[in-house]
Design a protein around this ligand. Structure first.
Ligand code: TLP
Length: 345
């Protein structure tokens, strides 16, 4: 089976499992797991911040930061198709009591004047706007890279209104691989950044938050409150260290594979796909022919050995990753061509 549903599906490699088996461990709630401490230190250094915190998931990373930066009744600005609004189960409102206000972006990328206009004036009727969240790369934007210059402009807007700035950097290293901009440069404008080890980096579990020491110590307490304090978790941190050491430079291969797959999809007459827009490891496409339903298309492709995710009516997302080779991409392209090319009458 060629599994293109997400880069979350990767399985730890043998070498990663070896590193996990050999990990030194301790009780991390006491701050005594040497492998976790090493991973947190490594992440902070890589992103140019003072400290790091290992958390179980990307959602928890985002939600701890929202809780940190806000009070109940506050308003948080997010992009209309962001992971925060679409795929986190309404957790910002249920866990932090905030409301999210959506600003439309282009492939997920916000424009400064629209953000400026969304910031509420200080008036008794209005919820105080206290946080702006961005997403790198943008998932529903098809893996679009947030350009550093745009981030800097948005950060000026946020600062001028005293908003905190959080980055959902689930796929930050895909942006690094695509552009050559250092992770620390992308991270500089933000107060908090979370990034995932369990997506394109290929670790089985885990995300990191990085920030200054004071915020990280508050986040550590919040992590306990949210039930994310873990014990001998160096076994998982070792996978993260292995991923940071060995799986960043190879991300370019995933990007090349995604581009190639997009080109193959683009050549199918009943498919609308823009290969030129593919910047990282995701491809969005739309089947324009109405003879099969979304569900039928998914199951036909599955029967032919390719898994993908639907993101709308006959709209699909495919994601390349560590467990998909260039040869798999050719096979997947052929399956799509067989399944999606209409029969000649
Ligand atoms: N994204 C998953 C699904 O939840 C949609 C995927 O398959 O792409 N931020 C971003 C931008 C993400 O894409 C994801 C996961 C998360 C946060 C949450 O990470 P986890 O699943 O570790 O909680």
């Amino acid at each position: 089976m060629i599994d293109l549903r997400s880069d979350t599906v990767t399985k730890p490699t043998f070498a990663m499992r070896e590193a996990m088996a050999k990990a030194e461990v301790g009780d991390d709630v006491y701050g005594e797991d040497p492998t976790v401490n090493r991973l947190e230190h490594m992440a902070a250094e890589l992103l140019g911040k003072e400290a790091g915190l290992f958390v179980p998931s990307g959602v928890m990373g985002n939600q701890l930061c929202i809780r940190l930066h806000t009070r109940p009744g506050d308003e948080v600005i997010v992009e209309s198709t962001s992971h925060l609004i679409r795929y986190e189960g309404g957790s910002a409102s249920s866990l932090s009591g905030v409301q999210l206000t959506c600003v439309p972006g282009v492939r997920g990328i916000l424009e400064q004047e629209l953000v400026r206009a969304a910031i509420r004036s200080r008036d008794v009727h209005n919820p105080p706007t206290t946080l702006l969240c961005l997403e790198q790369t943008h998932n529903s934007g098809g893996g679009a890279v947030y350009p550093l210059s745009v981030i800097e402009r948005l950060s000026e807007v946020a600062r001028s209104a005293q908003l905190a700035l959080h980055l959902d950097g689930a796929r930050l290293f895909n942006a690094v691989a695509a552009t050559g901009v250092a992770a620390a440069d992308y991270a500089r404008p933000f107060d908090t950044i979370s990034f995932c080890l369990s997506k394109a980096l290929g670790a089985p579990v885990g995300s990191l938050i990085v920030s200054d020491r004071d915020r990280v110590s508050k986040l550590r307490r919040l992590r306990k409150i949210f039930g994310g304090g873990m014990r001998q978790v160096g076994i998982l941190a070792a996978a993260g260290i292995y991923a940071l050491d060995h799986h960043i430079t190879r991300l370019k291969e995933d990007h090349q594979n995604a581009k190639r797959l997009a080109q193959l999809l683009e050549s199918i007459p009943t498919v609308s796909c823009h290969a030129a827009e593919v910047e990282t490891n995701m491809v969005l496409f739309h089947v324009t022919d109405h003879s099969s339903t979304t569900h039928e298309l998914l199951s036909q492709c599955e029967q032919a050995g390719v898994l993908m995710n639907a993101v709308g009516d006959r709209r699909f997302r495919v994601v390349t990753h560590l467990d998909v080779s260039a040869a798999d991409i050719e096979v997947a392209g052929q399956v799509f061509s067989n399944m999606l090319t209409p029969m000649k009458k």
